[in-house]
Design a protein around this ligand. Structure first.
Ligand code: ADP
Ligand code: MG
Length: 249
């Protein structure tokens, strides 16, 4: 658990609805994430967890309701949208590194192209970030030469390189061999301790217990319940959650 979680909201969803055709995938979602808060979202497949992440960084638009990020509406276009997007990091299940760029280039590309940071400065910072995730010695290699766990740590360094105000993690360890899961979770736990605002979709209950301030349980496009990890895991308030937990624990 982090010590001081800011009380001001960084991202706020109010009455958010999203459809894919006739499928109602986000139903009246109200969700507030405070600065420095770590929220774990769990729930069955198809619950809308990935869509929730994707509407927060505007990879998807919403049909109704409002989303504000750092006090600004997400309903913008053009440069304002690009600016907002650059403030939200995203780490996916499939690492999505650029295969033909070195590890260091993967981390410096965004800062150089989007933030217009000078190359030498971006590389210095990039090396520091690779150090932080324990990959500095691999900087000149290509993604395919790294293990899945190492690639995912590079993806985290790449997100950090943009100095995001928040990072969204969508099942960051689901594609990893079991022996590599912990090395990625350890990096995420250290980010959480350092005060990064995070929304993490994961079924790693150990991570939730150690790092999350709050667990949000989703099913069928709705937030069914939310609570501290301790309360949620030991005393879920709904049959839906109890049933889900009995399947994954
Ligand atoms: P989760 O991440 O919780 O498994 P998703 O947010 O991926 O859930 O998906 C929620 C629902 O929306 C699912 O029924 C899924 O099939 C559907 N869905 C997701 N993305 C799309 C899309 N681009 N087009 C149509 N349906 C989609
Ligand atoms: Mg998903």
């Amino acid at each position: 658990m982090t010590e001081a979680v800011g009380s001001t909201s960084l991202v706020r969803l109010e009455n958010v609805n999203k459809h894919f055709g006739t499928l109602h995938v986000l139903k009246d979602i109200d969700l507030d994430i405070a600065r420095g808060e770590v929220v774990v979202a769990i729930g069955p497949s198809g619950a809308g967890k990935s869509t929730l992440c994707r509407v927060i960084n505007r990879l998807e638009t919403i049909d109704s309701g409002t989303i504000t990020f750092d006090g600004k509406s997400l309903a913008v276009e053009g440069r304002a949208l690009a600016q907002l997007r650059s403030e939200v990091g995203m780490v996916f299940q499939s690492f999505n590194l650029f295969a033909h760029k070195t590890i260091l280039e993967n981390v410096t590309l965004g800062p150089i192209r989007v933030r217009k940071i000078a190359r030498d400065q971006a590389e210095k910072r990039g090396m520091e970030l690779l150090e932080r995730v324990g990959i500095a010695s691999q900087a000149q290699k290509y993604p395919a030469q790294l293990s899945g766990g190492q690639q995912q740590r590079v993806a985290i360094a790449r997100a950090l390189a943009m100095d995001p105000k928040m990072i969204l993690f969508d099942e960051p360890t689901s594609a990893l061999d079991p022996e590599m899961v912990q090395e990625v979770l350890d990096v995420m736990i250290s980010l959480a301790r350092d005060g990064m605002t995070m929304l993490v979709v994961t079924h790693e209950m150990g991570f939730a217990r150690r790092a999350a301030n709050r667990v949000v349980f989703m099913a069928d496009g709705a937030v069914v319940e939310q609570n501290t990890p301790d309360e949620f895991f030991t005393n879920p308030g709904t049959d839906r959650a109890r049933d889900f937990l009995s399947k994954i624990l």
